[in-house]
Ligand binder design. Sequence first.
Ligand SMILES: C[S@@+](CC[C@H](N)C(=O)[O-])C[C@H]1O[C@@H](n2cnc3c(N)ncnc32)[C@H](O)[C@@H]1O
Length: 444
Amino acid sequence: MNQQIQNRKTKKKKAKKQTFRDTLKEMLPEKTHEYLPKGYEQMGTIAILQLVEETEEYALQIGNKILSLNKQIKSVYQKTGSMRGEIRTAIITYICGIENSETVYLEHGIRLKLDPARVFFSSRLSGERSKLLTNFRPNVRVLVMFSGVGPYSITAIKQNLNISRMVSIELNEIAHNYALENLLLNTNLLKKCQSYLQLCNEMQTGGIIRSAFRKLVLKNLAQLRFQFICGDVRKECLKISKPFLPLDTEEKKQIENENNNTKNKKTNLHNHWDCTEILNSNDYPKILKAFIDRKENEEIFVDFSKIQKQQFRLWLILFCKKLNFFCLIDNSYFKFHTLWEKGIFLQWIETGDLSSITKFDRIIMPTPKNQKSFVNLIAYTADTGCIVNMYDFVDEDDFPLKTENRIIEELKQLDKKVEILGSYKAGQIGPKSYRTRCDFKILN
Ligand SMILES: C[S@@+](CC[C@H](N)C(=O)[O-])C[C@H]1O[C@@H](n2cnc3c(N)ncnc32)[C@H](O)[C@@H]1O
């Protein structure tokens, strides 16, 4: 009996899978064994190795071994410096394979194009992202600060199709441009979202069934609803928290004068093409043709007291890139020219409230290391009841009170009350040193 158990144990030992380190041990001198890496970080077709001094001279051999063991990997790089400056890019050096550090990385069903030599990205945080971004309530307004190439933003879209609006802010222009590209790489995620399905129904009812229109609606809807801003969160959070105002009285007077001077040409208001009547006609193909035939960047006028605004939504989404909008809403004139303004316009059409767009129900802050606190920005952007997920870097002895007390104190100075919901370790970054996350609720 004892012998049988012993045999099973030996078999189990024999069956133990050979690790990456075991493989390297077989080909490298014994003096290196205790210093060999246990693995490497894989991002799409790229492997990133981290070697210590004792093993550096074997970088090429190790790199070639990775290429032969893992057929997905086409390029091997080595981390040769720690994260740089505000934008937190790693210093990586080419070792072997194809010399191209741009790749497309797959994470929980989303695709992220990125270049780890030019932007911050860590595949090790993928579990953290998917765990964090579940259980949003419908129609939530989300703000992602420090959005990088968009991993949090796009995971949030995947997990919560009915986000009402999301704003993501990133300082590094290269990362921001990847984020814009990544949104378009992942628009298929939206095919099951309620508003897209509704818009498809409307197109079908109106006889607009060409798949090109569906694609256009999907792409434009994504860009209006999920907006990426390139800039410093310190400035951008203040800008986006300001109310969206109508044109001032001077400009309004000028428009009204021009309108009076052109009484006979009703459709020629302030050089805008007045499409209020045509939108009211209820004849979709006719309206569509009228819009398609307009020149690019033309400004059209709509008086919202005379049309059904829900009906206008499809036209805004279809032509948001081609036309600019000038609207009379509740006796005030508004201009919607930039994609940002048109995103606000869409939210107004859907929720009927222009003031609510400046506040958020959920704020995600994957804060960069070694920077001053950004906690005060929450006071400008959070609505009552907003849930914030804020990352920090602390030593074992300071966890969790250092971060929690800082949040409570800094927000108290801005007359905000908070309830701490929990603090978690989200990965070790050094001996007794952690990346941590604090979840809290804004109570007023
Ligand atoms: C820890 S990384 C997180 C990036 C991304 N969320 C991710 O997980 O891949 C921090 C990001 O914040 C950006 N950043 C640093 N300071 C910033 C600032 N003041 N405003 C906006 N973004 C900033 C950096 O460029 C970097 O991409």
